[in-house]
Design a protein around this ligand. Structure first.
Ligand SMILES: [Zn+2]
Length: 63
């Protein structure tokens, strides 16, 4: 049985997280520094900022 209310709640919490992750991921594809490193924390300033936003969104989604 499908529960529309539950699905909507999951999407609401996932959306900001996925958007932040996509922003960071798209940056790593364009940025030579972030493409080279294997950890987001080793990337350039912009990359680390985007990664920080993703981590915040992820924490915010679980609270
Ligand atoms: Zn970068």
């Amino acid at each position: 049985m499908n529960e529309p209310g539950l699905t909507a709640a999951v999407q609401r919490t996932e959306d900001p997280m996925l958007r932040a992750y996509r922003l960071w991921f798209e940056h790593t594809r364009k940025c030579a520094d972030c493409k080279r490193v294997h950890k987001a924390q080793d990337g350039c300033e912009d990359g680390r900022e985007l990664w920080g936003g993703y981590r915040l969104a992820r924490l915010g989604g679980t609270v």
